[in-house]
Design a binder for this molecule. Sequence first.
Ligand code: SF4
Ligand code: SF4
Length: 378
Amino acid sequence: MGRPEVSIVKCGAYDEKAVYDAVTEALRPLGGMKAFVKPGEKVLLKPNLLCDSPPDKHVTTHPSVVWAVATLVKEAGGAAIVGDSPGLASFQKASRTAGIEQAALKAGATLAQFKNSVPVELGPGASFKNIEVASEVMEADRIINLPKLKTHVQMSLTLGIKNMFGCVIGKRKSQWHLMAGKDRVYFARMIVDIFAAVRPGLTIMDGITAMHKDGPQNGEPYPMGLVFASNDTVALDSAVTSMVGLTREKNPILDVAAQRKLGCANLDEIGFPLIHPKDVKQKGFVIPGQTELEIGPGMLRPYLRRLLVPKPVTKHSKCTLCNKCHAVCPPDAIKTVKEKIVIDYDNCIHCFCCVEICPEGAMVLHRSLLSKTISRMQ
Ligand code: SF4
Ligand code: SF4
């Protein structure tokens, strides 16, 4: 990899031509798509396809971004394959609802649901010895990462590194959550191990309409009007993290990746050939409050933790009893009792998968007054 470069380009709408022009402009200082894709190569495009959500909800990478990148890959002589493994919905349903299936086919790309895993051995510095990643990812000649810029109730932000979590086959994601339990740093290490196993050569991020507040599914659209491209995902995530007013230490995934030197996290060492992140600071972007788990004297910690850690609660008036939260809960802490969702908080590991997946916005984060006050002070 050459010098880390992050291109930031303004783009105000999801009009296909405007997005194509913005992505082309972002790639120009990096050498264009031809610098990443050689004729005849199989190029896997990995969007954020969290669930079956339509494009106007801004939960998934917008189809016009997928179309533009797939078109550019084709123009460079590559064969584009758009693939993912959504956590709950089937790939077909999710990609169709998100408009990604139609966009991929229109651009002449094929679609691939990740079905099979292969073990990948991890080198020194990894938290795990080996990890299972979708074979469709490992068999590609090139990987282009297409994340959506969103907040994340558990991990603060979901950007380029986190998008690689989708390379773990659907249901195995729950097992990872279960293993990580309540420990955000442990979970960050798992995500970073997956990222290290995959290492996309190019990341193009959809920040045209981002998502803030309680993302990644039930936040609010945030018109940012930016497209990003980089040859270094860690550098890109560092730029975005600083733009939205977070330090590296408050983004645990970025922090772990930077400590492992999987890319450049020092803004002074990154090239910004077009727009510098300091010139596009996002003051109105709201990140879910984080409460540190290890505060106060040892004996009081369990009590303080209960008070400070946000918990999922159900808004019964919105709940349709669809059972999606049951299916996704790693420790099986959710039950339906007398036609109402009941959460066993003794077993809840605060992964917030239920909040992330609920299609009705009926599963929400509840923060105590003390937790809200501390978040405001941080
Ligand atoms: S809380 Fe949400 S995900 Fe769970 S059953 Fe109700 S609507 Fe479905
Ligand atoms: S109840 Fe929700 S937050 Fe708690 S473990 Fe289950 S999915 Fe995670």
